[in-house]
Design a protein around this ligand. Structure first.
Ligand code: HEM
Length: 401
């Protein structure tokens, strides 16, 4: 099997269960030379090592994205956002995010998140059935991240469409139509944000205390900490990073719990398991399944020579199921401890929104499983055919109080 594996054309069955294919790869070739010259890494220890060394392993994607995107809006976006920059630019931009994501700033969101979740669950109680993605798991994070950036209620559907097109462009293979759609979306998103920032500057009193856009826009205004192009792309990145991933975390959490009713009983008996449950959901179905780095020098990993400039795929999904790190890794165990999964990455680029995402998940799951006595899957969940983002497209559940 390893000799035939190609990350650009994953084998049949991979979307339904990537973990089985990757476990085989990890056993036979943990640093696998993909036919296109990149490398696929599946061992926890190797991936952890790479995350921790941003000097040997770069996040800058200019040379990787140039052949794919050329001189285009998608290229500008994906090479300017904080996640795809190296120190010192990364350090400068990341500092601005830190100040917006302090515990104090995030605590202000708890009542808002609780109120939103109660509203979705009221609707589930009334109807007895719900398509979770559309009516719950997508709505919560988009509301929260849009609040964070001060996007008005009426425009939130637009954000979703742009975000989907821009993130789809990161998949390993793309159609011309997807590329065109992604490029158009970056242009429209930038224009939209320029207007939003202008309006905020014209009327600063209209902004709420929790808006990050103010922090970033101030940094741009002083002319040294952030350029205008950087400002717009950080906002786009945060709107994208902050909702699709969290949507999938919530959908997968509900799905896995319903597939493992013994774990629902366990949580009801011991509500203190809510935080480890969130971690187990993140480990078991990592919303982002792959991160990438480029070797900045010729280097050897686990006996395999990786030439300078090579692209390596850090398979978070495989690391999270590595038996050397997680005993009985395919078991869904909400009490698992320790649980040092890599779903938020590690090192200097570790997810800036991880506390917010964990907060949303804990409130959503706690309220759902507390409120309903009986919860069932109405039909099998539909998994989207994407490999970088593990997405549930449709999830219908029935509930009785
Ligand atoms: C379950 C939800 C989430 C998951 C699984 C997730 C995952 C990740 C991962 C794996 C990275 C590291 C990328 C790398 O090292 O190459 C990352 C970075 C980042 N995430 Fe998240 N994320 C989530 C939610 C959020 C939220 C809610 C926000 C903000 C509202 C956010 C903002 C960011 C930012 C700004 C970075 C870039 C950090 C940097 O490069 O220094 N994320 N995320």
């Amino acid at each position: 099997m390893p000799a035939e594996f190609d990350i650009r054309r994953v084998p049949d069955g991979y979307i339904a269960d990537p973990y089985r294919v990757l476990a085989d790869l990890r056993t036979k070739a943990p640093v696998y030379p993909n036919p296109d010259g990149s490398f696929v890494l599946t061992r926890y220890a190797d991936i952890e090592h790479i995350y921790r060394d941003p000097v040997l392993w770069s996040s800058d994607k200019k040379s990787a994205f140039w052949p794919k995107f050329g001189d285009s809006p998608l290229f500008e976006h994906h090479t300017t956002s904080v996640v795809f920059t190296d120190p010192p630019d990364h350090t400068r931009i990341r500092k601005l995010f830190q100040s917006a994501f302090t515990r104090k700033a995030l605590n202000a969101f708890v009542p808002r998140i609780s109120g939103l979740v109660d509203g979705y669950l009221d609707r589930l109680a009334d109807a007895g059935q719900m398509e979770v993605v559309e009516e719950f798991s997508f709505r919560l994070p988009i509301e929260v991240v849009s609040d964070l950036l001060g996007v008005p209620q009426s425009d939130r559907g637009l954000i979703r469409r742009w975000a989907e097109a821009i993130l789809t462009a990161l998949e390993p293979s793309l159609t011309q139509d997807q590329l065109d759609h992604g490029n158009r979306s970056v242009i429209e998103f930038k224009e939209y944000l320029c207007d939003l920032i202008k309006a905020r500057r014209a009327n600063p009193a209209s902004a709420s205390d929790t808006e990050v856009i103010g922090t970033l826009a101030d940094a741009e205004a002083d002319g040294e900490r952030l350029t205008e192009i950087e400002l717009l792309h950080q906002c786009i990145f945060m709107l994208n990073a902050g909702h699709e991933t969290s949507t999938n975390m919530i959908s997968h959490g509900i799905h896995e719990m319903l597939r493992h009713p013994d774990q629902i009983d366990r949580l009801r008996r011991d509500p203190g398991l809510i935080d480890p449950m969130v971690e187990e959901v993140l480990r078991y179905q990592a919303p982002i399944q792959i991160n990438n780095r480029a070797a900045t020098t010729d280097i050897r990993v686990a006996g395999v020579d990786i030439p300078k400039g090579s692209n390596v795929h850090l398979m978070i999904n495989a690391a999270n199921r590595d038996p050397d790190q997680f005993p009985d890794p395919d078991r869904f165990d909400i009490g698992r401890k320790p649980n040092r999964h890599l779903s938020f990455g590690l090192g200097v680029h570790i997810c800036a929104g991880n506390t917010l995402a964990r907060m949303e998940a804990a409130i959503a799951f706690q309220k759902l499983f507390e409120r309903f006595e009986k919860l069932d899957l109405v039909e099998p969940a539909q998994i989207a055919p994407r490999i970088r983002f593990r997405e549930i497209k449709r999830l219908v559940i029935a509930a009785k109080s």
